[in-house]
Design a protein around this ligand. Structure first.
Ligand code: BGC
Length: 396
């Protein structure tokens, strides 16, 4: 046998190996080459490839849930963000009813406006960014006028979540938040599940366990405009909330501890009225909140068959779209988009108006770690944190 009889097959097999390596690389999720990026565009105008990236060395992608009624919910595992939500109006025409950015880039700046994200470890504010647990003071990241807001400088909205399981109507994210992340004690194992039902409900189930005593208060920060994101303000939306009081706040939006009855105030939404009708009222709390930015204390006796509190209902007269909020949480933060100045450009090149959206953040009360008269947010080793919220959509 001559030497070239060895070399030729060896070179050939080397070439085969090299080519197959190239193929493997091509199919890697984070390869931005033309051949691998998913070009497909969703109903909402969002394109898969605009959300395929690597953040902190971890793969980020877009995941889409759909039901038979045309509802389409797109998530990214970067902050578990609900990127777009297509919901039919009374004529069956779908529109994207949550605010957000058209590509992943916008979400990476600052907190990405908390658009559509999970919030943790603690939704809302903790005064002076500190709390005491068993005689020990824990100092948290201060990111809001000397206070702690929505989990700190790099909260759950700005981390990559593992996609534990995904199907056509279901996605489950998980992550361990390490001990002392943003100042919180305990390794916290968090699992969050989103299910899109055929009854047009987006059901969110939060679950967490810890190995050290800590505080937990998880929520979702979707900004809704039932006319469609970027279609003006939401002051014409009709709001109804089953709440007899709010947690009154000071000028830093920290609860004073007082549960203020809403009767005869602009905060009384027990009978449905437009948000504008509320804003037209006069009240010190409206001035302090720069509009509605308050935790409503939900009435404990108005429940569905599953035992969830029937918290709130938002109706948009033009499209006929209705959003109902049900929850196992004792409160809901109504945030009317007061801090938007009308300059932000979001998806589909639309500008988001001042008060162009409403957030209904189901939660334990703000600053509970420092308020003995509020329901406790303590989670101990061996206990399970469980919380459920349903956003249910319909049209009338
Ligand atoms: C708070 C607002 C805050 C906003 C940030 C809301 O949950 O209530 O005060 O400005 O989140 O996006």
């Amino acid at each position: 046998m001559k030497i070239r009889d060895f070399i030729f097959p060896a070179v050939l097999s080397l070439l085969v190996v090299l080519t197959s390596c190239k193929e493997t690389n091509k199919t890697s999720k984070n390869d931005k080459s033309e051949t691998t990026m998913k070009k497909e565009t969703l109903q909402s105008g969002i394109t898969y490839s605009d959300f395929e990236d690597s953040v902190d060395g971890q793969a980020v992608a877009l995941y889409v849930l759909q039901n038979k009624n045309g509802v389409e919910a797109a998530f990214t595992n970067y902050g578990q963000r609900l990127i777009s939500l297509m919901v039919p109006d009374r004529n069956g025409k779908t529109d994207d009813i949550v605010l957000g950015y058209p590509t992943l880039e916008g979400y990476k700046v600052g907190h990405g406006g908390y658009f559509g994200s999970v919030i943790g470890r603690y939704g809302n504010r903790i005064a002076n960014g500190a709390f005491d647990l068993d005689g020990k003071t824990f100092n948290l990241a201060k990111n809001n006028n000397g206070n702690h807001l929505h989990g700190g400088i790099k909260g759950f909205e700005s981390v990559v979540w593992e996609v534990d399981s995904v199907s056509q109507n279901f996605i489950r994210f998980k992550r361990t938040s390490p001990d002392m992340e943003e100042g919180y004690p305990g390794n916290l194992d968090v699992v969050v599940t989103y299910t899109l039902t055929e009854e047009n409900e987006l059901r969110i189930e939060y679950f967490a366990t810890t190995d050290k005593k800590t505080h937990v208060n998880l929520t979702n920060h979707s900004y809704f405009n039932l006319k469609g994101a970027g279609e003006g303000n939401v002051n014409d939306h009709i709001l109804q909330i089953n709440a007899s009081s709010i947690t009154a706040v000071d000028k830093g939006l920290i609860p004073t501890g007082e549960l203020m009855p809403v009767l005869n105030t602009p905060f009384d939404f027990n009978t449905a009225k437009t948000i504008q009708a509320g804003l037209d009222g006069e009240h010190e709390q409206l001035t302090l909140g720069n509009g509605f930015d308050h935790n409503f204390v939900l009435d404990q006796n108005i429940k569905n068959e599953e035992g969830l509190l029937i918290a709130a209902k938002v109706t948009e007269p033009k499209s006929g779209r209705v959003l109902e909020v049900l929850t196992s949480e004792p409160g809901v933060q109504i945030y009317g988009g007061n801090f938007f100045d009308g300059k932000l450009i979001g998806k589909n090149n639309k500008t988001y108006a001042h008060r162009g959206s409403i957030c209904l953040e189901t939660q334990h009360f703000p600053d509970s770690p420092n308020k003995d008269n509020f329901p406790s947010t303590v989670l101990e080793p061996g206990q399970e944190y469980k919380s459920t919220t349903i956003y249910k959509f319909s049209a009338q």
